[in-house]
Design a protein around this ligand. Structure first.
Ligand code: 6PG
Length: 223
């Protein structure tokens, strides 16, 4: 097991979503008490859907929550493959989340311009309190993929993503590593081999992301 990784094994995807919900609500209460706001970076993919649905039923003053995207795919707003579509349909539209607190990247200009613009948009919101992240079977996280190199921008353009669509934007390693807490939410036996290689020291993108205060792995996979 990696040092400083808080590995939380749960029974199944629903238990994983409930454990992530508990962590987010705890971190939100602390951040709001200390600073009056809670900045959460959202994850894409299919894994967080259940968590977003659970958040829609949470009793929270959403005016204290600020949402940014850990990464987003360069697709038109409303496209079913956009992470923002998943987040809005499962959570924000259901919970009547204040739109002013939902920092949507403008992706129409393309990844290069969108990354620079989003970096400027979210600059005053950094550092993130919790970065919610998934993991792909190649060890990628957000849209940081093996073999890709990036500039020192806080938000980076991604081209030739091995996971469609090819163009994306992503918070950089530095921006994610400045987060107080990183929470990896990874479920399904299909991720077991990659998780085991990660914990054995493989140089995956996920292995280069650590929260300032805590790095949590919530998974239903036995390791
Ligand atoms: C995306 C995500 C990506 C995702 C992982 C896991 O755009 O898809 O940013 O990093 O979290 O690929 O995806 P699943 O949850 O679908 O396995």
């Amino acid at each position: 097991m990696l040092p400083n990784l808080d590995y939380r094994r749960v029974a199944d995807p629903r238990a994983a979503a409930l454990a992530a919900l508990e962590l987010l609500l705890q971190q939100a209460a602390a951040a709001i008490a200390q600073r009056g706001r809670f900045v959460l970076a959202l994850s894409g993919g299919s894994t967080p859907q259940l968590l977003y649905q659970l958040l829609a039923t949470a009793e929270q003053d959403w005016n204290n929550w600020i949402l940014v995207y850990g990464d987003e795919r360069c697709l038109p707003y409303g496209n079913p493959e956009r992470t923002s579509t998943l987040v809005e349909q499962c959570w924000l539209n259901v919970a009547n989340f204040p739109r002013t607190n939902h920092y949507l990247p403008a992706l129409e200009p393309g990844a290069d311009i969108a990354a620079l613009a989003y970096a400027e948009t979210i600059a005053s919101l950094l550092p993130i309190d919790v970065a919610l992240l998934g993991m792909g079977e190649d060890g990628h996280t957000a849209s940081l993929f093996p073999g890709h190199s990036h500039s020192q921008q806080s938000v980076v353009p991604v081209h030739n993503s091995p996971k469609p669509p090819a163009d994306r934007i992503s918070l950089s390693y530095a921006t994610l590593n400045a987060a107080a807490v990183v929470c990896f939410l990874v479920t399904g036996q299909g991720k077991q081999a990659t998780l085991q290689r990660w914990l054995a020291g493989a140089e995956f993108p996920v292995a280069n992301i650590h929260g300032k205060q805590a790095t949590v792995l919530i998974t239903d996979v036995a390791l």
